[in-house]
Design a binder for this molecule. Sequence first.
Ligand code: FEO
Ligand code: CA
Ligand code: CA
Ligand code: CA
Length: 656
Amino acid sequence: MRDNRDRPGQADSDDIAGNPSENKTFHDVLEARLTRRTVLRGLGTGAAAAATGPVLGVLAAAPAEAAGKGLSFTEIKHGLDDKHHLPPGYTAQVVVRWGDPIIKGAPVFDPQKVTAAAQGGQFGYNCDFLAYMPLPRGSNSSTNGLLFSNHEFNNAELMWTGIPSNSAKHDILNRDQVMAEIAATGASVVEIKREGKDWKAVPDSRYNRRVTAATPFRIAGPAAGHARMKTKADPDGLKSLGTLNNCAGGVTPWGTCLSGEENINNYFAADPKHPTEAGNYKRMTIPEKPRQPWYKFDERFDLKKEPHEANRFGWVIEVDPYDPRSTPVKRTSLGRVKHEGATCAVDKSGRVAVYTGDDQLYEYVYKFVTAGKFDAKNRAANMNLLDDGTLYVAKFNADGTMNWLPLTFGQGPLTAANGFRSQGDVLIETRRAADLSGATKMDRPEDIEPDPHTGRVYVILTKNANRKPQETEPANPRSENKFGHIIELIPPGSEGPKGRIANSDHAATTFRWEMFLMGGDPSNAGHGAKYGPGVKEGYLAAPDNLAFDRRGHMWIVTDGQDDAIGVADSVYACDINGPRRASTKLFFNAPRGAEVCGPCFTPDAKTLFLAIQHPGEEKGSTFAKPSTRWPDFKADVPPRPSVIAVTKDDGGEVGG
Ligand code: FEO
Ligand code: CA
Ligand code: CA
Ligand code: CA
């Protein structure tokens, strides 16, 4: 989701007070980081040919001879209009869009009847994270699978007539509209099939399900049953209703989907005088009057009436897409923040590391490491692996090392002296625990993805225009960072030509790090951009999500290029290794108002799925007069957030 400052006239709820850093400016250290990258370039050319090692999601490694071959598509030009754009020789088709019926008995989409009853059986609004999960489970099928998508939030101004485009005024929604929003939020599982060149949803599949903002969840991990998790409706603190504002996510090695609850502050009305929770509300930037008026019609969102309800959101959720009757779970061990996503890497010892970012100005990068080991032969034994382990927060050092600081009750400052009485307290107030631990304040951490070939991990920092010159430091080196940057984390064993995920030590508490790229226009010296060689049209701003193809290329999507550089949000691809490392190439432009989310490939890399979120979300754009009617382009049909499948007309690998 865009930070609120991007939207004209909105309250600035994502903008917290700057953190006056004691660090000095370290531009010289940054230069050293970038120079060292050149050395590594020469070393890294063979790494993409590596075996993938233990299971990671569903990506299949390319044969060695295919790895390292270049990105052959013809780069497109930046632009801004009401349509999407692809290189010649590529086609995009809509697989499923907001309002498409996916549950038996659901009505066909009628833009005049956007109701809770209809939405509960239809594909929800604002798809963000996508996962393609092959059918049957455990196969590498690239023609039949389950599409997991979440539904982050709603654009009421494009769903109903009469709502102003300034979404700060969404508090005019009535009860029926709020109930429809609750049903349109959450996640979907939809079976999809490729027949010939066409991808189609299977509307009556037994796997299809909707998770909404009212679906029962099990609360698991150290905060389950904690006194601060209990409510009138749930006196045991073990069962909550619904999931909110899911942004990016990930796939576990055992074939479930993770998704991060992000800007929960948009839904809860805080009690600023609450005797014990007021500081907690403030640290999560929950205002007394939120953007969404849900609290007027469902009192659990009114924290003056139900003070612990907000503590039951801000977690990573886990959904088993292969079992439509399974109860989704909130994994409290991964901490309570504004999670962007949650991505897994199996450590060389068999333990699982989960990387997650807290997407707000000056927030942190986290890693959770399981206590137990992944068992590739026993799926059931893995299903609660995420409940027991250690949560860490990242501290980046000027010498190119970084430390993972444990957020463990009783260690360091995380004691009763600072108000923590259990691990549950540490997790409910993860941000405060990280503050006290001395973590590095980052420029809005979005997606964090381990490269399934090398084991190196990429952290997207989307932007932070608030950072002052005296607040710059090596990992966030630009003041007024309008364009964002990407950092490469290097666990032991993942470095250089022998870097392999199978050898990577994701459980280590010390990694190295490098600056991978810095967004902006490289032809404008004032931007301070840094890429590999040859970047002209392919410069980017406001990166958000990442994916890797089977040959080891990085695919980057953006959220907010229209604000940053005046063009549509886009998809880029680049090499990780070799002479064109970090040389981004422009592949796709979204229709205006949309961000691009959820890039994900089929195992054969012949299909790239993209979530086109909030098309037409911009100043002055409304249901009656939207700035685009993508993708239907029919009179009286508003723009519809959609999942598209991008394929190459000659049947080859996307980008190949
Ligand atoms: Fe929902 Fe961090 O973007
Ligand atoms: Ca989003
Ligand atoms: Ca974003
Ligand atoms: Ca995002």
